[in-house]
Design a binder for this molecule. Structure first.
Ligand code: MOS
Length: 741
């Protein structure tokens, strides 16, 4: 059997994860390991006035209590931001810039001893007023560390477009800060051997950890070995490099012992980024027949006083609808919080709540079906660049989704559907996501027995990378995926880029495809060099028939043939390399090409609202997506299902609330922050409108992982409006917000 691309293979690492044999960073226990615990500040702004370490230092088992006066000096300017999460390293001075910032590190022989020492530390502070989001000034970014699109774009004349519109809607849409909350807290085990550093760390980007540490410690990158065979979820909070990883390495070097530092669940709220709270102001205008005349979208998100982190809330708005006049502006508002970072469906995830809620409002202003309004404004041309889309089958997604959902049964009138005492509502929204593309490289080794090893420093965060890349290699080589093994998660392997931006399958998949194609070419050459071999004729035929043998063979399993070629040639191993690049180190939407590249979807939700309790329940949800070729429909559907659940959390549950007078998160735990659980989630239906994108990648795929988290909160909010007539423009749609209106 051949043709493995497109097959719904189950994860090869599934049973290892279920049985607990998959090894995560904190489970590495080198000989002589010591344990470190970070001590966070308890104010958001000011300075540390005094720090009494005497009791902590006397506690049993304690090796060292590092403070700003004893921690090694590190020059943060040496490392690029990003991939360093922000240009501030704690333990360097006594200033306090955000709640939770570390002021000390207790190191002891056991974890319990280190925890006790951390408890015994006594700090006093000089308090300064803390700025929180909403109390300060929005401004354009000054430092452009996180830029990938313009922060201001003007097309046509928005005011003229609004003036000629038959209907105009204006709204302010706000979203709270949210945290990633992966199952595995960030963890690092650092071990030095002379001038060489090995770091087992929970990361989505091993090469970035190497780059940052080598820069900060002034070492050749080859002397830093970063390992990460499994990452226990990340959603973006392990995408960049955060201070705890630097602190662990520096402390291990000072003490001359391998050292483990695991963030506590509470510290996961302050040490490795979050999705910033965001305020969107949207104005839309349309003609009587529903054609958009203007879109004005301005977004402001919170950032730290350290870094101008940009959340591009307008990224989806930029490319979704045909509109002649558009104004897109991205601003920030600095506050005394840690620096935000990308979180699953960054940019479009929060921003599309605003646009797609406003589109629903526009549909009601026009008395037009919300789906019809979207269909009217669908386009094959990116309105922000004027470039054609590489492929865009959003229209097919709308129609397929509407059919699966039964959208035609929806009356326009709000409050018209009931189930007993419950109000019922149907809502829909568009989904759109940037197509982030990064260069990637891979190496393939075929051993004498015909088995293949794929080597690439990609990470496995739960998306299926142990399965997908063997699947692609097997497809090209026409052998079974079970004969292909994946080696990943180590900077000793070829650089395959980050596991962020939904980009891994597309980029590394193309590199693996190239390496496998080259491996096949080499095998055919080897066979051609064996003139008495019966394989000679067959190989020659293949060569001619398939134009130098570069197309995937579809004619049976070649495993035994390859083993035979190697045996006859007395060859122990054949190695091939492959790489792929979008033409730039980082490309967000086809900027480096004549095409615009985004992914698309349509989300349909049915909710019930309890009129007395204000409780919103999701009854069912249908998501239909277009992202080019789908390499593995099973893992892809799993990503989209997870994305819908993520979007449900955004819609009705999640908020990392900040206490306004102290600037600290009220709850830094899984008890005080509500997250979706299985009991919240009904049957979710996911489908793909598949096509082959010849421009985005060599395997015809665009990225898919994060797309599923886009549009869901708007579809749910629009369904709540349909059920109740209440338009809630502030997430999450909590009981008190439903009852208040
Ligand atoms: Mo995703 S926020 O790019 O890990």
């Amino acid at each position: 059997m051949t043709g493995y691309i497109g097959k719904p293979l189950s994860r090869f690492d599934g049973s290892a994860k279920v049985r607990g044999t998959a090894t995560y960073a904190a489970e590495f226990r080198p000989h002589g390991l010591v344990h470190a615990v970070l001590v966070p500040v308890t104010i958001a702004h000011g300075r540390v006035a005094s720090l009494d370490t005497s009791a902590a230092e006397r506690a049993p088992g304690v090796l060292k209590v590092f403070t700003p006066s004893s921690f090694p000096r590190l020059d943060v300017a040496r490392a690029p931001v990003p991939p360093l999460g922000h240009s501030y390293l704690p333990l360097q001075d006594d200033q306090v810039l955000y709640d939770g910032q570390p002021i000390a590190l207790a190191v002891a022989e056991t974890l319990e001893q280190a925890e006790q020492a951390a408890q015994l530390l006594k700090a006093t502070y000089q308090l300064a007023p803390a700025k929180v989001f909403g109390s300060g000034e929005a401004r354009p970014p000054q430092r452009m560390n996180y830029a990938f699109e313009p922060t201001e774009q003007l097309i046509g004349d928005v005011d003229a477009g609004l003036a000629e519109a038959a209907a105009v809607v204006t709204g302010t849409y706000t979203l709270p800060t949210r945290h990633h909350n992966p199952m595995e807290p960030s963890a690092t085990v650092a071990e030095w051997a002379g001038e060489s550093l090995t770091l087992n760390t929970a990361t989505q980007w091993a090469y970035a950890v190497r780059l940052v540490l080598a820069s900060l410690f002034d070492m050749p990158p080859e002397s830093v070995h970063v390992r990460c065979p499994f990452t226990g979820g990340g959603f973006g909070c392990k995408g960049f490099v955060w201070p705890h990883q630097v602190i662990a390495a520096a402390a291990a070097r000072e003490l001359g012992r391998p050292l483990k530092l695991v963030l506590t669940r509470a510290q996961m709220y302050t040490e490795c980024g979050f999705q910033p709270a965001m305020r969107n102001r949207v104005r839309l205008g349309a003609t009587r027949d529903g054609r958009l005349t203007a879109i004005d979208h301005e977004t402001t998100s919170v950032t730290s006083v350290i870094e101008d982190y940009l959340e591009y809330g307008v990224a989806g708005t930029r490319g979704l609808y045909a509109v002649p006049n558009m104004r897109l502006v991205v601003k920030i508002e600095p506050a005394h919080v840690g620096t935000p970072t990308a979180m699953r469906a960054p940019h479009e995830g929060p921003g599309m709540f605003a646009l797609e809620t406003a589109m629903d409002e526009l549909a009601y202003a026009l008395d037009m079906d919300p789906l019809e309004l979207r269909l009217k404004n669908d386009t094959q041309i990116d309105p922000s660049s004027g470039k054609p889309y590489s492929t865009r089958k959003l229209r097919e997604c709308y129609l397929e989704g509407a059919w699966r959902f039964g959208w035609t049964r929806r009356p326009m009138q709000t409050g018209s559907l009931r189930d007993g005492r419950l109000a019922v509502g149907f809502g829909m929204a568009s989904a759109i996501m940037s197509t982030f593309r990064f260069p990637a490289s891979a190496r393939l080794r075929m051993n004498a027995d015909g088995r293949v090893i794929v080597e690439a420093a990609i990470q496995e965060i739960g998306t299926g990378t142990y399965t997908i890349f063997p699947q692609i290699a097997a497809d090209v080589l026409a052998i079974e995926p079970a004969h292909v093994e994946m080696h990943l998660g180590s900077t000793d392997l070829p650089n395959a880029g980050p596991t962020t931006g939904s980009a891994a399958t597309m980029g590394l998949g193309s590199a693996v495809h190239a390496a496998a194609t080259d491996l096949k070419r080499r095998l055919i050459e080897l066979a051609l060099a064996q003139p008495d071999s019966p394989l000679h004729r067959m190989a020659a035929e293949t060569l001619v028939a398939r134009n130098a043998g570069l197309a995937a063979a579809r004619d049976g399993n070649r495993f035994d043939t390859y083993a035979d070629i190697l045996r006859r040639g007395g060859i122990g191993q054949v190695v091939a390399e492959g790489s792929w690049s979008p033409g730039a180190p980082f490309d967000a939407a086809g900027h480096a090409t004549p095409y615009s590249m985004r992914t698309f979807g349509a989300v349909f939700a049915e909710v019930t609202v309890d009129p007395d309790l204000g409780l919103v329940r999701l009854r069912r949800c249908v998501g239909v997506y277009n992202a080019g070729r789908i390499v593995n429909p099973k893992t892809a559907a799993s990503q989209m299902t997870g994305g819908i659940i993520w979007g449900y959390g955004q819609a009705v549950l999640e908020e990392s609330a900040v206490e306004p007078s102290y600037g600290a998160y009220l709850s830094k735990n899984l008890a005080g922050v509500m997250l979706p659980v299985s009991a919240d989630i009904p049957d979710l239906e996911v489908a793909f409108v598949e096509d082959h994108d010849p421009h985005a990648s060599a395997i015809g795929a665009r990225g898919i992982g994060e797309l599923g988290a886009v549009g869901v909160s708007a579809a749910i909010g629009n369904a709540v409006f349909h059920a109740t007539g209440k338009r809630i423009r502030e997430l999450p749609i909590r009981i008190e917000r439903v009852l208040a209106m």
